[in-house]
Design a protein around this ligand. Structure first.
Ligand code: AMP
Ligand code: MG
Length: 400
């Protein structure tokens, strides 16, 4: 059986990065840039004031102080958005607002707080150095600079930068559309009464939320019965509509577990079963080049396998290169053993205290006990065969 790392690497190697599209920058947040961005303009586009105050020749106020104020005559007021009309010459100043263009002749700005204005005369009570309180043309970005490279994730600062550079549209990788199917004759849609032997279909909803959370666009394909013909039909419809398919249930060794057979009939199966708990039975393969993730039916297994396998795959499809959640060390609050031959991902509450995380498991850890995940904010990794004492550290990761 493959280890988690082996299976994940094997899977990720076969995951395609989706093609590109132009998007309006009002709708590009969290997309991955697919082009290099060269600045077509300087930012800022002109020398301007960083303060409300007076644009001066630093020479004229170099000895100014409370005791020895310098008196200047004010030639004009320059508001942000307006171009100066006058030059500043010896003994002169211009009233200037933050962001307003520096007038020719001035080489510094004295902030308003150290000045006294009376009529068209200003008294300067402090000296300034040349260039002080001036923001220079291109000091943030110079025309021709490479500002961002392909692969950059567009967070709010990047979106703001695109706007600063007059880019209304940007080339990004598409985010995946993902079909989601629950399998199982026992599953009852919401709103219908539960008859004997039936349960609610919860996985489809959890997976739907996980796909959205991973930046994908879920497509609800409903419930497939434990029947090969119908499952095949839904699989074909799914790959026609979506970039990937996630199924839950029907991947174990039961007589009615039809997902593997249908996958092998329509496409190829890459692996089945991974040495992990929860989530041993899981299948990965492709139909028409599109990734198919057959997740286990148990609610915890389905959510955890999504987290460890499908989430990184969807991120790769969307062009990301940082695919895995960061792991860190956490100190166990109680003894934990794992007699199983598989690594155990236990649901835990991770709490930070003085720069150190502690981990407390969330009660019964059966793979059907969804509540253990509802209470958790993270997973801790208990290696196969480990018998760990309170106070020892384990690898941990958040689920968000
Ligand atoms: P299976 O892998 O299909 O044998 O399912 C394993 C367990 O998960 C069974 O107890 C199923 O009833 C349960 N299960 C399967 N699919 C779902 C689902 N969509 N929502 C909730 N439980 C499910
Ligand atoms: Mg089933």
């Amino acid at each position: 059986m493959l280890s988690v790392e082996e299976a994940r690497q094997q899977m990720l190697e076969t995951i395609p990065v989706l093609g590109t599209e132009k998007r309006d920058i009002l709708d590009c947040s969290d997309y991955v840039l697919a082009e290099q961005l060269i600045a077509s303009e300087n930012i800022p586009p002109f020398d301007n004031s960083a303060m409300d105050g007076f644009a001066v020749r630093s020479e004229d106020v170099k000895n100014a102080s409370n005791n020895k104020p310098a008196a200047l005559s004010v030639v004009e007021t320059i508001a942000a958005g307006n171009a100066p009309q006058k030059n500043v010459t010896v003994g002169q100043a211009a009233r200037i607002m933050t962001g307003a263009m520096m007038p020719a002749g001035a080489d510094a700005v004295v902030m308003q707080e150290v000045t006294e204005l009376k009529g068209d005369k200003v008294t300067i009570l402090d000296s300034v150095e040349k260039d002080e309180n001036v923001r220079f043309t291109g000091e943030s970005v110079m025309q021709g600079d490479s500002v961002m490279s392909a692969g950059k994730v567009l967070r709010p600062p990047e979106v703001s930068m695109l706007a600063s550079l007059n880019c209304a549209e940007v080339l990004v990788h598409r985010k995946p559309t993902v079909a989601i199917v629950s399998t199982g004759d026992e599953l009852t849609p919401l709103g219908e009464p539960l008859t004997p032997g039936k349960i609610r279909d919860s996985n489809r909803y959890g997976l739907y939320a996980q796909v959205q959370n991973a930046g994908g666009f879920p497509i609800d394909m409903g419930i497939a019965p434990d029947d090969e013909v119908e499952t095949e039909r839904i699989f074909l419809e799914s790959v026609a509509k979506a970039d990937a398919l996630i199924t839950s249930g029907g991947v174990s060794v039961g007589e009615h577990d039809v997902v593997k057979n249908v996958l092998m009939k329509l496409g190829e199966m890459n692996f089945w079963r991974v040495a992990m708990k929860p989530g041993k039975p899981q299948v990965y393969g492709k139909i028409d080049g599109k990734p198919i993730f057959g997740l286990p039916g148990n609610p915890v297994s389905s959510l955890v396998v999504f987290e460890l396998f499908v989430r990184p795959a969807l991120l790769k499809m969307a062009g990301h290169s940082d695919l895995l959640r960061p792991t860190f060390k956490a100190v166990l609050e109680a003894d934990v053993t794992n007699k199983d031959g598989r690594v155990n991902f236990m649901r835990a509450i991770l709490t930070e205290q003085d720069g150190q995380y502690t981990a407390k498991t969330t009660g019964p850890q059966g793979s059907g006990i969804l509540h253990s995940l509802v209470l958790a904010n993270g997973l801790i990794t208990i290696p196969s065969g480990a018998s760990l004492r309170a106070g020892e550290t384990v690898d941990a990761q958040f689920l968000h």
